[in-house]
Design a binder for this molecule. Sequence first.
Ligand SMILES: [Mg+2]
Ligand SMILES: [Zn+2]
Length: 180
Amino acid sequence: MPRPAIFFDRDGVINLSPGEGYVLNWEAFHFSDGIMAATKLCKDLGYALVLVTSQQGVGKGLISQQTLDDIHARMQQELAAQGAAFDRIEACTHLSGTCTCRKPSPEMILDAAAALDLDLGNSWLIGDHDRDIQMAINAGVPHTIRVLSHHQPGVAATHTVESTAELPALLKGVLPGVVS
Ligand SMILES: [Mg+2]
Ligand SMILES: [Zn+2]
């Protein structure tokens, strides 16, 4: 049976936003408030957890693929210690205009759906940028949660929170459990 997923943007959702720059090493990666509880809740309800992240810093030569992989391995360790590691990580590391997977392309979501046998029609995406919300719409993911940030909201999300600290309470209220 295909199962639904929660797709998480990384910078500004899982970890504090580096602003206009990039997280270049593990020391600069700081989990956002509430995110441990949020991921655990999603996992406990039976959802697959998928990270969908744009890391163009790799394409620009500012950070190596190896360092990005290292950051993600450490992130996974910390999440696993709380019982909620990602089931899959999709990262677009390409320069804008040089690939087909850059947000708002649905490609990262569709690739994860094929790999994990996901039910996109009952899936959710949490992001802090129009590109995240639009990617979900383009992929047929109907439920979207925008975390307000310095990015100006243009594309309408189905839910909005002021900060990631509100995610556990919101998710508890709106997420149906997965019947398996
Ligand atoms: Mg973001
Ligand atoms: Zn790409």
